[in-house]
Every structure is written in C-alpha cells, then in structure tokens.
Design a protein around this ligand. Sequence first.
Ligand SMILES: Nc1ncnc2[nH]cnc12
Ligand SMILES: [Zn+2]
Length: 346
Amino acid sequence: MNKPAIPTQRLPELLRRMPKAELHIHIEGSLEPELIFEMARRNGVAIPYASVEELRRAYAFTNLQSFLDIYYAGASVLITERDFFDMAWAYLEKARGDNVVRAEIFFDPQTHTARGVEMETVINGLHRACEKAQTDLGVSASLILCFLRHLSEEEAFETLEQALPWRDKFIGVGLDSSEVGHPPEKFARVFARCRELGLHLVAHAGEEGPPAYVWTALDLLKVERVDHGVQSSKDPQLMRRLAQDRIPLTVCPLSNLKLCVFPKLQDHNLRQLLDAGLMATVNSDDPAYFGGYVNDNFLQTFEATGLSAQQAWQLANNSFEASFIPAQEKRKYREKLDEVFAEFGA
Ligand SMILES: Nc1ncnc2[nH]cnc12
Ligand SMILES: [Zn+2]
C-alpha cells in the first residue's frame, strides 16, 4: 500500500481514531483501584491498603511475578455476578472510547473458583457485559478462558470441566501467569482436548521466557496466536517461522516497559517484529496496572519509537486479521479503517 504521508503532528489523532481490535486484555487487569475499593466496601473484603493512592503507589514492578502477586490480591474483591459485570462493562466503555470495535477478553477462572466463587457467577457476569457491549456500544466482544500455568495440568482439566456447561459463552482458551519454569508442554494434553472441542487456542509465550517456549507453544500446544512473543527476536529461525506461518503476536508495549522486559520504550522491538514481516498487534494486557489502555499503548510507543502512519495501518489491520471473527467481518473492519485513513488524506 503506497499512500501519501500523513503529517507527524496528526499521527496521535489518527492513532486514537482508527478502528482496532484488542486481542490481549486480562479483564482482571482492567480493575481500577477505585473499583477495587468500591467492591471491597460492598463485599466486606479487607484490603491491606488505606487508600486508592496508596494502592496505586504499590504498582511499581520489577518483573512479571512482582506484578502477579498484587494482581491476584486485587482480584480477591470480585465476589458476585454484578462485580464481574461491572468490571467488564467499565473496560468495554473505555474500549469504545479508544475506537476498539472488537475485543477478545481473557479471564482467569481459577483465581476466583479457588476462593469459592462459582464458575457460573464469573462467566455469566462477564458474558452479560459482552452482550450489552454489542447492543449498547456497538463493540463486539468475546471471552477466552485462561489456565493458570503455575497450577497443574490436572487443575486445568478440572477447570475446563467446570466451564463446559457454558461452552457457548467463551470462544477459546489461553495460558497465563508465571511463565519461567512452567513451559507450554506442561499443558499439552489439556490443549489437545480443547482443540478437539473446537476451541480457539492461544498462549502467553516469550514474555520473559525463552524462544524455546514459543516453539513449544506452536508445535506442542498448536496455538493460533502467541501472546507477547517478544523474546522471539532472539531466535532468527523462529522469526522466519512466525513470519512464514503468519502467526500473530499480541504485543503489549506498556506491559513490557512496566515489567522491565525492555528498559525503555525506545528499546522496544515492535519495529523489528514488523520489519521482519511478523503479524504483530498492539494491546494493553493489564491496563489498570500498567498505566494505559490500548490507545495509550499506541500513542506512547509511536512517540518513543517513531513508527509511521503506514505502520499504524498495518498494526490495526493485523488486529483484525489476527482476530477470531469471520473473514467477512474482517473485510468490513478493514473498509472502516481505510475510510478513517482516507479522512486523514492517506
Ligand atoms: N502479562 C501477563 N503475563 C502472564 N500472565 C498474566 N496475567 C495477567 N497479566 C499477565
Ligand atoms: Zn497477558
């Protein structure tokens, strides 16, 4: 696509305005401190912070585990179906404001069922928000159930069994939580079962873990997308494989910055991934904890790394191509994307 250049000063507005899909968002990671305090109050749950400000000050992370410890503590205020609905609805309204037209949303049922919350409560609350987003906001949203990789494969199987009565309310499964020491192969059998069930398959790999974890996510779990995957750039053969097979990477730049995967946003390898022909996308991961929703990720990363309007188009189009929607809907979103670019003279 060779189109006239868009002046740099109009790039932020274009990034905000362009329609996009968000494919890597943990709904529990969208729970803002204000909502944590509100839910703690209404549910009578004690939290070890005196104020919203004190909680926010604790969001200073050194690596993935230092974040996960506080993220699981934050999720402990979620008790009722209304809590899950309110959390997802707050995210979906923000997503609408960022011109997200499609969201594929991760949830971690084991974080809740381990505390005695029923699977039904979790799924129904989240799913109701997704349905309302379609009717009231025009945002298409679906759920992806994630297994916690620091727990056993047996526990993942139990979680799958508990969720199957609501099979029509989620479109796929993923793998998240502490990566290093919990390689994808630990979950090969449960992913094989999910594949038989016709579920879409994704997994976090190569966030902090080595390229070997990306290889096994592809070859043993048979995932359709890799979440993060930024460590792949250390392995040229893997980069060629990802490009050739058009495997999408759901990259989360502000997450990588806040979890010290890259020392500065200027050092992020998003440009390198795009230049190597990989289908990279931009996402927020855990926006309440990492200082920004999807447009903040686009704006700050473009500012820091000097990416162009052409690359903005590529990233937005990749987000539709990588999503689990029918080809006809992908085409519709691409047309909307082209309309917005045309308004900017591209
Ligand atoms: N960035 C991340 N990596 C792994 N597990 C997560 N759960 C929530 N956010 C996560
Ligand atoms: Zn994630």
